[in-house]
Write a protein of this length. Sequence first.
Length: 335
Amino acid sequence: MRVFKYRGGSKEILRRDLQSLVKSQIYMAPLQSLNDPFEAKIITDGKTFEVSKILSLIFSCNDEAKIKEAEKGFSEILKKFIEISLSFGIYSMSKSYNDELLWAYYADAHRGFCIEYDLEKLKEYKMETEPTITVEYNDKMPIITTLDLFNLEKNKQLIQTKLVGTKSKRWKHEQEIRIVTGQTGLYDYDYRALKSIYFGYRSEERFRKLTMRVLKGRGIKYYLMQPKDSSYEFEKIELDDPFINAPHYLFSIAPVDDGIPYFDNITKPYEDLILKAIEIVRREPYCDKVIDAYLSSSKGTKENPVIYVTYTRSDGLIRNFFIAKNEILARKMEN
């Protein structure tokens, strides 16, 4: 899925944003810093008679002391969850790159730029376990009921969505999608998640050229937004990249562990494919060392088998890279 992030402001802010692109980092902002004052505002349904009715079924009695104690316990659980939620980091994006209001609000009246990400790739490197929430737009604030509290662990995603994934319908045009992390701060991502940059039609040519220069070799496409004739809409015009022939960013060839690959009766018929798959993975930007390679038993078909190559990533984590025969044969490799 492709998502978009609008950026703009003073020259200092633009330089900071450009530096983040160079480092392949995004900043997960605290909820309190977001521009909607109603962020994370909810209505808590704490009517005593409702709690009493439900708890009475659990305790099979009308022990008022027990009911009051449990009611207080639920309130404390909810309070703690909200406090934790307020420490979440939020990265807000849109499904649209050509909304004139977003260009005006978040891209310095069209002097800034808009970043296009592959959402799955963006999360893959350091945020793969973090939730993605599509914002819902309503006329009323979300309500957390007593039923939501009975199994807090089971309903955590629901309550989280209510807290950080619900906004007024006045924001509906933003078509917002959010990555939610456990804490705020900078997060690294695979540079290949960055697909395109759209420059505002009032952006300076000097800044556009600087952006292309510092991001050279990454395979990024560049566009300039222009108003359509006789229309309130914008269209994108692709720009020539003067650094199109620059060497590939982060290109290297990683070593292979001793004894890899090992061929047995199962893998011997696929020797050429496995060797080519290893060579492909050695050239992955974040591959530190290839440590295993074998034929996948759960993926692929007899006609199009899948090879998996295990490697240590530059951050020390171990990953499996799955690649099918047709992809292997179609892949061109750099020396």
